[in-house]
Write a protein that binds this ligand. Sequence first.
Ligand SMILES: [Zn+2]
Length: 104
Amino acid sequence: MKCPVCGETLRPGKKDPNYLLCYTCKKKYKVPEKKTVKKEEQKYSNIPPKTVRKKREKEMKKAYDEMLSVEEEYQEDKVSVVPIVVLTIAILAVAGIIVYMLLK
Ligand SMILES: [Zn+2]
């Protein structure tokens, strides 16, 4: 920014950076609102564009679905393992009874 009186380039104050100083006129000017607007724009530019956000949402949803399907698989495994264990125990029990009866 330049001094409106002499056209000299204003420099930010050392004591108060919210003010710009003109060393020629020995005047200080408040930093215009423009700067804060620029800051806000930078903040907005940090937010990814719609397409990127959508892609991320999609990826997150995919990961979530995978997590759920893994959980389902785990539960299915748990259910299918139990009858096998029961069956094995039953077979062993029957085998034990047969062996016991044969030895008797
Ligand atoms: Zn000036």
